[in-house]
Structures are given as C-alpha cells and as structure tokens.
Design a protein. Sequence first.
Length: 154
Amino acid sequence: MVWAAGFAVPPLAGAAGLATDARGRMVVDGAPRSASHPDVFGASDAVAAPAVGGETRMSCQTGVPMGAAVAGAVAARAAGRAPRPVRFRYVGQNISLGRRDAVIQFTRSDDTAVAAALTGRAAVAVKEAVVRGAFWAARWRGGTVRRVRPGSGR
C-alpha cells in the first residue's frame, strides 16, 4: 500500500520500482492495482487512477471512496474473485476558508466546473456535513455504529 496525506507525493512508489506518472504518483488500474505490479494496491493522493474524463485528482473526495475500493479489491482477491473495477466521478471542489467561510464549486462528473457555486456559511454547513458523514461512515459496521477504542486495533 502506498499512502500520502498531502499534495506532495513521496518518492516511495518510484523507489519501489512501481510504475509512476510524471508527478510520481503510482499508476493504478480501476481495481485500483498497480499498473506494473498487480499484487500491489494503492489509494488516495499517492496514486493516479482512471476517472471520468481523465485521472483522479488529489483530494479527500478521491481518497475516501478509493480507500473503500482498495478494501473491496483486497477482500475480493482473498475470496478468489476478481476485483470490481471502480469508476471515479466528481461532483465538486471545495475549499474551507476557516470555520466561517468556504467555497464549493460544483462540477460535471469529469471534474470540469459548471456555472454554480455555494459560498459562505451555507458552504461551511455542507462541508461540515460531508466531513461528519465520512467520520460516521468509517465507523459503520454490521448495521450498527461501534465505538472505536484508541489503540485497540478495532
């Protein structure tokens, strides 16, 4: 697994001999497996995966579903099945400007901008809902929300 939590890609993929793009991101297929080493899976900002209209961009909007795709692909491989291809689509780009302001630029599925944006406190509320939704989705398990104990590995 190759992972990065920012917009600077670490040289790990290239140093490991994996196929990379011009920015140093590991090139993956839709599974998302390494294009050069299909037993290696990658997610988030450190990979370039196929997306509608091109390739994925560095963002949490890419990282969260891609992490789920990797988990599903690894589980499928462990069960002897082929991983399902994932097709990434976008709905917008957002920027938080502190606790009281934000901008959400809506986009087409290929990540090109449309003539619609949300700003101010309304954009902050949407961004907060997305963050809270991702938090709860990460803890959803078997139809119930479970409390995660730090350091427990569960």
